[in-house]
Design a protein around this ligand. Structure first.
Ligand code: XIL
Length: 374
């Protein structure tokens, strides 16, 4: 071989080896979640404002590769979208739905009526009439604006206590149980094409499940449309209750509504005082023992996470006819709210992609379920 030919072979080999290395690392070349489960259910993620603005190209391409449904993590909550009475800030939400349209994604609106992240003018309301007016104005304006771009709404979020009784939110205190019916009625009126969901955490647990069943029946008996129930899915990796989850999927489906897993993540960190759930208003003091994996996740825990995700997805697949969507609460571990809740400043590992947007063992295990059954 002549000298210059040798050089070309060398260059070609170098390019080939670089692209191989790239292939191994880049999730875009791996099988994707949305492709893998396309005949089963939608696969979603919550998007932060930075992700809606597409500020990081690598995260943005991962989102586009992997997910076919998107939920607004914060920007559609009342404190952001309706900061003062009758004054709406639609900028971020408009971008969110535009992103959904451009990329042909199933956009989920989160959330219309919730006691948390309320603007202060609502917190200050003390009479039923004003609160009713707020609900009407809020659902009317937001629901109508996104009537053709939001495919599903979390109409009411977290209306129940752990024992299944009504949460003493401002809505319940001033309006009683009927606020639920009024919220769904208004949503159905202004967003006739959107799927309407009730969304809550721990509603796979027996008592809270019973409360959710009462709530769904109440809407159905009032002749008001409810299409689905969202089990948030903020669970602990060591405390997954697959039986309770399965019983709940069956019980909700029995009522004729779809089940979505709307905010899936599995914390691997110790919970203060055995806390279970996702009450965003709870906060606790940290300490070194509460943040055991600040530098890296031990392989054993990474494997436990993979086991748990595999078990969950096997269950979801078993009930794929009842499940409309499985949405993760974030794209990668770095973004997860669980780094700051219920204790601020920890390092958590609850999702399928790591801080570098690389797929974790859990990702491969979830994908492999389908590979091995096909
Ligand atoms: C969380 C967001 O992820 C955080 O960024 C925010 O600070 C608090 O709210 N249940 C819900 C979600 O319905 O809206 C919450 O999202 C997590 C618990």
């Amino acid at each position: 071989m002549k000298h210059h030919e040798q050089l070309w072979v060398l260059v070609a080999l170098l390019i080939l080896s670089m692209s191989c290395r790239d292939n191994q690392n880049k999730p875009e070349n791996a099988t994707t979640l949305k492709e893998t489960f396309k005949d089963d259910f939608l696969i979603g993620t919550a998007l932060s404002i930075d992700q809606i603005n597409q500020t990081d190209a690598r995260t943005d391409s991962l989102i586009k590769q992997q997910f076919n449904a998107i939920t607004a993590e914060n920007i559609m909550k009342a404190e952001n979208i309706h900061p003062a009475w009758g004054q709406f800030d639609f900028d971020a939400a408009d971008k969110f739905v535009a992103y959904g349209k451009q990329n042909d994604r199933y956009a989920v609106g989160h959330t219309l009526i919730w006691h948390s992240q309320l603007p202060s003018f609502v917190e200050a309301i003390t009479d039923a009439d004003s609160l009713r007016q707020f609900m009407d104005l809020h659902i009317g304006a937001v629901g109508q604006r996104y009537a053709s771009s939001v495919a599903a709404w979390d109409v009411v979020n977290e209306a129940l206590n752990e024992d299944g009784s009504w949460r003493e939110s401002i809505f319940y205190r001033l309006l009683g149980e009927d606020y639920l019916v009024e919220a769904f009625r208004k949503a159905a009126e202004v967003a006739p094409d959107a799927a309407l969901y009730y969304n809550d955490y721990n509603i796979e647990q027996p008592q809270k499940r019973a409360g959710t069943i009462r709530l769904i029946k109440k809407l159905q008996e009032a002749g008001v449309r409810i299409d689905g129930v969202g089990i948030q899915g903020h669970w602990h990796v060591d405390k997954l209750q697959l039986d309770a989850i399965e019983e709940s999927i069956l019980a909700y489906a029995e009522l004729g509504v779809k089940v979505a897993i709307t905010e899936l993540d599995l914390t691997v960190l110790p919970n203060p005082w055995d806390l279970q759930g996702a009450d965003v208003n709870q906060a606790f003091e940290g300490g070194v023992d509460m943040n055991p994996y600040a530098n890296q996740l031990p392989d054993s825990v990474n494997q436990t996470l993979a086991d748990s995700y595999e078990q969950l997805f096997r269950l979801f697949l078993k009930h794929r006819d009842k499940i409309s969507r499985v949405t993760f609460w974030g794209v990668n571990d770095g973004q997860s709210w669980l780094n700051n809740w219920p204790i601020a400043g920890r390092t958590n590992y609850p999702l399928l992609f790591d801080r570098d947007n690389q797929p974790k063992a859990a990702f491969h295990r979830v994908i492999d379920i389908k590979k091995n059954t096909n």
